[in-house]
Design a protein around this ligand. Structure first.
Ligand code: 2BA
Length: 109
């Protein structure tokens, strides 16, 4: 068994969870925040049998779009001056950042 952890943009999260439910995959959605943009994103935890990993990756690929995002300069006031970016920068975000981890044991009580 594997645990697929997928960080996706909030805009894609409903479509992705609908697509997973439609194919009968179970998933947990966690509200998360990107370390760089400090903007909300969604992390999916999807536990699947090994033979289903490829199908789930295809569902993620088909439902998560890559987008350009302009990052406005944010005042370092009250924040960390080390991460202050003084000019707007454009970054390419997503479609999805995916980690696949082995599951040692799975129990449901
Ligand atoms: P963020 O950390 O907010 O990053 C958003 C986008 O900003 C990234 O898109 C990337 O294009 C850019 N970016 C991130 N760090 C950067 C840096 N140090 N310098 C320049 N540009 C940078 P994605 O790569 O598609 O990542 C989307 C989100 O996925 C990330 O949001 C983060 O929440 C997660 N993520 C990405 N890589 C990760 C990793 N290795 N471990 C854990 N989470 C990760």
């Amino acid at each position: 068994m594997k645990l697929i952890m997928a960080v996706v943009q909030d805009k894609d999260s409903n479509r992705l969870s609908d697509a997973l439910v439609e194919k009968d995959y179970r998933a947990t959605k966690l509200a998360s925040t990107g370390g760089f943009l400090k903007a909300g994103n969604t992390t999916f935890l999807i536990g699947v049998e090994n033979e289903s990993v490829e199908e789930v990756l295809t569902i993620i690929k088909d439902n998560c779009k890559s987008r350009e995002q302009l990052v406005a300069p944010i005042s370092p006031m009250g924040g960390n001056a080390d991460s202050y970016v003084p000019y707007p920068v454009e970054v390419q975000v997503g479609g999805a950042t995916v980690f696949i981890l082995p599951v040692e044991q799975f129990e449901k009580f």
